[in-house]
Design a protein around this ligand. Structure first.
Ligand SMILES: *Cc1c(COP(=O)(O)O)cnc(C)c1O
Length: 385
C-alpha cells in the first residue's frame, strides 16, 4: 500500500505536469513574474467557472478577507459577526482592521454558522456577517442574505474551503459558493481544493463599484499610477501561481468528484454506527449521494464521535501511520488573542462540544480503495474495541 498522507498533491501534479512545466518555464524565460498574462487569463477563466462578474486575484486567502472588508469601507468599532468554529484567519483580519469580532455558535449538523445565534448577536453597530463554508459545505446563505437585507448588513463569504461547491436556493436556483454574498474570498493554499504551488487567493464580487475599489486596494490604493487615493496593500497573485491554477481549474470539478467519491466510501463504512456521525449533507434531494450533487466538496472529511476517546483514536491512527487532524481543537472565543469578557460559555454549546469530538480523516484526490479500506478498518477497530 502507498503511504497514506493527509493531503497528497503528487498525483495531481503528474497529471498536469506537461502543461504546467512549460508554462512556468515560459514565465521564467519572459521574466513576466508579476502581472503577467497568465494572471489575467486565470482571472477570466475563474470568472467564467464561477459565473461571477469580477475575480480579483491576490496573495492569499487571509489577504482576500482583509481586502474585502477594506473594500466595503468597514470602520474601527463596526461589529462583524462570524463563526466561533473556524480557522483563525477569519477573525484575525477583523481584529487587525480594528473592527469588533462577534463570534457566534455553529450548527450541530453541518458545523456552519447558526442563524439564530446571528440574530441574537445583531446590534445597531453590526455591519457585516462572515459565513465560513466550513470543510466544503455552504452555509445557509438564503437565511443569511435575508437577515442581511433586513438589517442592512454586508455579507462576506469566506470560501477558502468550498471552491466549486454548489448552493441550491429553495426555488431550485443554483449558485457557486462565494458568489452569493456581496463579496466572497478564497485561498489557493496548496492543500485547498484548488491549490497552487505556494500562496495565492482571490476575491469575488458581482458589484462593479466594489470590484473597482478592491482592484485599487490590492495595488497600494492606486487607481492611476503613483496616485494613491486610498490606503491599500500589496497583495498579488504571481504569474507562476496563476499558471498552476490555470492548468488545474479545468480539473476542479473532477478533483471535487474524487473527494466526494472518497467521502462516500468513508460514509459506507461508518454510517449507522452508534458512535459515529458521518458528515451531514445539506441538500434534501441528494441524501448523501455525492454522485448526483455538489453540495459538499469535502475540503475535510470530518466525523463527529459520540462516547469515543477522540485523542486516543488520533494516537492509535498515527501509530498505524494514518495521519489525521483535529480541525479545530480550540474555540476561537477561547483563544488568547480573541478572548473577551463579552463572551459567555453558555452561548457556545455546539462549538465547545465539537472541539472535543471531531476528527478529520485523510482527504485528497489521490486516495485509493486499499488506503480507504485500511483507514476505515483501523478507525472501527479502535472504536469497536
Ligand atoms: C485557509 C483558510 C484561510 C486563509 O487562507 P490563506 O491562503 O492560508 O491565507 C481563511 N479562512 C479559512 C476558513 C481557511 O480555511
Amino acid at each position: 500500500m502507498r503511504k497514506i498522507q493527509m493531503v497528497d498533491l503528487k498525483g495531481q501534479y503528474n497529471a498536469i505536469k506537461d502543461i504546467v512545466n512549460p508554462d512556468i518555464q515560459e514565465i521564467i524565460d519572459n521574466a513576466s513574474f508579476i502581472n503577467g498574462p497568465k494572471v489575467h487569463e486565470f482571472q477570466k477563466n475563474l470568472e467564467t467557472y464561477l459565473d461571477v462578474k469580477h475575480v480579483i486575484p491576490c496573495a492569499n486567502g487571509t489577504d482576500a478577507l482583509q481586502i474585502a472588508m477594506m473594500g466595503l469601507g468597514l470602520k474601527p468599532g463596526d461589529e462583524v459577526i462570524t463563526a466561533d468554529f473556524t480557522f483563525a484567519a477569519t477573525v484575525e483580519v477583523i481584529a487587525l482592521l480594528q473592527l469588533t469580532p462577534v463570534l457566534v455558535d455553529v450548527n450541530p449538523n453541518d458545523f456552519n454558522i447558526n442563524i439564530e445565534a446571528i440574530k441574537k448577536a445583531i446590534t445597531p453597530k453590526t455591519k457585516a456577517i462572515v459565513p465560513v463554508h466550513l470543510f466544503g459545505q455552504v452555509a445557509n446563505m438564503e437565511a443569511i442574505m435575508e437577515l442581511a437585507e433586513a438589517h442592512n448588513l454586508y455579507v462576506i463569504e469566506d470560501n477558502a474551503q468550498a471552491i466549486g461547491a454548489d448552493y441550491t436556493y429553495s426555488n431550485g436556483k443554483k449558485a457557486k459558493a462565494g458568489t452569493i454574498g456581496h463579496v466572497g474570498s478564497t485561498s489557493f493554499f496548496p492543500s485547498k481544493n484548488l491549490g497552487c504551488y505556494g500562496d495565492g487567493g482571490a476575491i469575488f464580487t458581482n458589484d462593479d463599484d466594489l470590484a473597482h475599489i478592491i482592484r485599487g486596494i490590492v495595488n497600494h490604493g492606486m487607481y492611476e499610477r503613483y496616485h494613491h487615493d486610498v490606503v491599500g496593500v500589496n497583495s498579488r497573485l504571481d504569474s507562476i501561481q496563476a499558471a498552476v491554477l490555470n492548468a488545474k481549474l479545468p480539473h476542479l470539478d473532477a478533483y471535487n468528484k474524487a473527494r466526494q467519491a472518497a467521502a462516500m466510501k468513508y460514509d459506507a463504512a461508518f454510517k449507522n454506527h452508534e458512535n459515529i456521525e458521518i458528515p451531514f449533507r445539506k441538500s434534501n434531494d441528494c441524501e448523501g449521494n455525492c454522485a448526483t450533487c455538489d453540495c459538499h466538496v469535502f475540503h475535510q472529511y470530518t466525523l463527529k464521535l459520540n462516547n469515543v476517546d477522540r485523542d486516543g483514536l488520533v494516537k492509535f491512527l498515527n501509530a498505524h501511520d494514518i495521519p489525521c487532524g483535529v480541525y479545530y481543537p480550540i474555540p476561537l472565543h477561547n483563544q488568547k488573542a480573541y478572548a473577551d469578557e463579552r463572551y459567555n460559555e453558555a452561548d457556545f454549546p455546539v462549538t465547545n462540544d465539537l472541539v472535543k469530538t471531531v476528527i478529520s480523516l485523510p482527504m485528497h484526490t489521490e486516495l485509493d480503495d486499499e488506503q480507504i479500506e485500511f483507514i476505515t478498518s483501523k478507525v472501527l477497530e479502535y472504536i469497536n474495541g
